[in-house]
Ligand binder design. Structure first.
Ligand code: BTN
Length: 251
């Protein structure tokens, strides 16, 4: 079933929502709008993407009407050095929205994969367009199966809730509310509040044996630095900062 877009619009009048049946990637359209100067909170939402983008040049499975595929333009008071904070904020907001809408417990893997039982259920991509952040959020909602051979084991909210069909409208409304509330927290309490929230909610932030995807180095996670980068302690005791990419569990 297509999204009840007018219901979403009536519950979120503060977001300007651009809705598509089919699009290449919501990132491209949101970047175009950001460059035109649209306001904070403008959303591009599509039922389907034919060229959904993932992080690190990967693609994102975007089958029609099963998932949530959206990009949101954010205008935050963050310097480019602190951009990882925006990624952490979006991960926190996405996890909170899923939990509030579905009661499923979520974990976060730096920088912003949302996991349920260690399988990925949502991914986030952030691009800087002039002075705006374009944040792309993909959530696997009503898939009954995910494509085989994905790099990270994936799941959907429907699979995790024993086959129950989930309301994409409710998740989107919760997502926009949670993004607002974490943006307000950042503005009022500063970026330390985001670092604290992420550290307390992510089982990957501390004492987790991981492999750094970028270079295959192994180590144990040792918290976040003040800019939101993940720190890894190697066996030799050296502490390394993960600059790009991410980490996977070292099994
Ligand atoms: C990841 O690799 O974890 C990030 C995935 C981000 C996917 C979303 S879906 C909506 C938006 N449009 C895209 O093309 N990608 C992002």
């Amino acid at each position: 079933m297509p999204l009840a877009i007018e219901q979403i619009r009536s519950l979120r009048p503060q977001n300007e929502i651009h809705y598509f049946q089919k699009i290449g990637s919501t990132m491209t359209e949101a970047a175009r709008l950001a460059a035109l100067g649209v306001s904070h909170g403008t959303v591009v939402l599509s039922e389907e993407q034919t060229a959904g983008l993932g992080r690190l040049g990967r693609s994102w499975d975007s089958q029609p009407e099963l998932g949530i595929y959206c990009s949101i333009v954010l205008r935050l008071d963050l310097s480019p050095a602190n951009l990882p904070i925006a990624s952490l904020l979006l991960g926190l907001a996405t996890a909170e929205a899923i939990q509030n809408a579905t009661q499923l417990a979520c974990d976060l893997r730096w920088p912003n994969d949302v996991l349920i039982r260690d399988r990925k259920t949502a991914g986030i991509l952030t691009h800087l367009v002039e002075n705006a952040i374009v944040a792309g959020i993909g959530i696997n909602v009503n898939h009954t199966a995910l494509p085989p051979g994905l790099r990270t084991p994936a799941t959907s909210l429907r699979i995790e809730s024993g086959g129950r069909l989930q309301s994409r409208e409710s998740i989107i409304v919760n997502l926009l509310e949670s993004i607002d509330s974490f943006c307000s927290m950042l503005a009022a309490e500063g970026q330390e509040s985001i670092l604290r929230a992420f550290t307390s909610q992510s089982s990957y932030a501390m004492n987790r044996r991981v492999v750094i995807e970028e270079n295959g180095a192994r180590g144990v996670t040792a918290g976040l630095d003040e800019n939101g980068f993940l720190l890894i302690r190697s066996e030799s005791g050296r502490v390394e900062k993960v600059a790009t990419g991410g980490v996977r569990p070292d099994r």
